[in-house]
Design a binder for this molecule. Structure first.
Ligand SMILES: NC(=O)C1=CN([C@@H]2O[C@H](COP(=O)(O)OP(=O)(O)OC[C@H]3O[C@@H](n4cnc5c(N)ncnc54)[C@H](O)[C@@H]3O)[C@@H](O)[C@H]2O)C=CC1
Ligand SMILES: CC(C)(CO)C(=O)C(=O)O
Length: 308
């Protein structure tokens, strides 16, 4: 299968490298200058859970590409710019593997091909140009994004990932919405709290951390149900607890972003919950407070327009 990975950062480089190990897959990574140059010169090195080097194609130009599949792995605030580049190409399917909500709608707005939603609990950090550390074994869920995805495309993409040894769960349209909302609850509860308290994820496993993450997850649950997604508060609280335990020694991506003074994905995580909840007349004070605090920090650092 010809596969473009748009966004050769941490997770895109890892997944691109794993896919590139399959002789039948022809992988092109779209990334930024130094990383792309290093991959072209000496290949892409993966360290961590497994260590290996692959030699995928790599480019900084995401326009006029053609492939059976494009995986989108940019940060959510870059999805629209990515979609603008991708619409100049020809693809049979596009699949977001990003955190946060709204990525699939954005891609569907620019691309004509079937759209798949996806979540991943694989973990990776790009440490240097041409290098990525694989630091979390996990699973990918993919499923059709209504109304532009279909089960057959999801199954084909799932099979291409499985061929690379990835753990993949191919789900239907209702299933992928549930998985995205579940991941949203996990990110909404863990990311801003760890970023603001400056703690590793494990700190949320006991009081006082649990006093904060449970209301966040319950607010996400109320909003999900208002959106027609069947998820219980208990299931979401449990999902958050499981991830806290499994990633206890990790710093969340938002904590890492704050430490590096980078823009965060708060708008598509807690911000999304607040905006959807408002449409349904639901109050989500904990999510709103976290969104406001992170937005204030981003604005003060000049990482966003003051009124964005
Ligand atoms: N890193 C991880 O372990 C995981 C990340 N995610 C999600 O995956 C998404 C990506 O996360 P990371 O890989 O950590 O971010 P990252 O910042 O390491 O990677 C994104 C890459 O895309 C590149 N990029 C953006 N726009 C581009 C363009 N127009 N042309 C070329 N390159 C472009 C950036 O330069 C960057 O290298 C986020 O939504 C994140 O929440 C989800 C699960 C795990
Ligand atoms: C570790 C985890 C699951 C916490 O929300 C994550 O996805 C992140 O850090 O962005």
């Amino acid at each position: 299968m010809e596969i473009v990975v748009f966004g050769a950062g941490s997770i895109g480089s890892l997944l691109g490298a794993l896919l590139a190990r399959v002789p039948d897959h022809d992988v092109t990574l779209v990334g930024r200058g130094p990383h792309v140059s290093a991959i072209r010169r000496r290949g892409l090195r993966v360290e961590g859970i497994e260590s290996f080097t692959v030699e995928p194609q790599a480019t900084t130009d995401g326009t006029d590409l053609a492939a059976d599949l494009v995986l989108v792995t940019v940060k959510a605030y870059d999805t629209e710019a990515a979609a603008r580049e991708l619409r100049t190409g020809e693809f049979d399917a596009v699949c977001s593997l990003q955190n946060g909500m709204g990525n699939e709608e954005t891609l569907a707005g620019y691309l004509d091909c079937p759209v798949l939603g996806g979540t991943t609990s694989y973990g990776a950090v790009r440490t240097d140009s041409g290098e990525v550390v694989w630091n979390g074994a996990g699973e990918i869920a993919v499923g059709p994004w209504a109304p532009r995805g279909d089960d057959e495309t999801a199954a084909t993409v799932g099979a291409a990932m499985t061929a690379a040894g990835l753990e993949v769960d191919v789900v239907d349209g209702a299933g992928i919405r549930r998985r995205l909302w579940e991941k949203l609850a996990v990110n909404a509860a863990i990311n801003p709290t760890t970023a603001l308290a400056r703690v590793e994820n494990g700190a949320l496993g006991d009081e006082p951390g649990t006093d904060l993450v449970e209301p966040i997850a319950r607010e996400v649950g109320a909003t999900a149900r208002a959106e027609g997604v069947t998820l219980s508060d208990e299931a979401l609280v449990d999902a958050v607890g499981e991830v806290v335990t499994a990633t206890a020694e990790n710093e969340s991506s938002m904590y890492a972003d704050v430490q590096a003074a980078r823009r965060t994905e708060i708008d598509v995580i807690n911000g999304y919950v607040v905006e959807r909840a408002r449409e349904h007349g639901i109050d989500v004070p904990t999510n709103r407070t976290l969104w406001t605090l992170l937005r204030a920090w981003e604005a003060e650092r000049g990482l966003r327009a003051i009124d964005a």
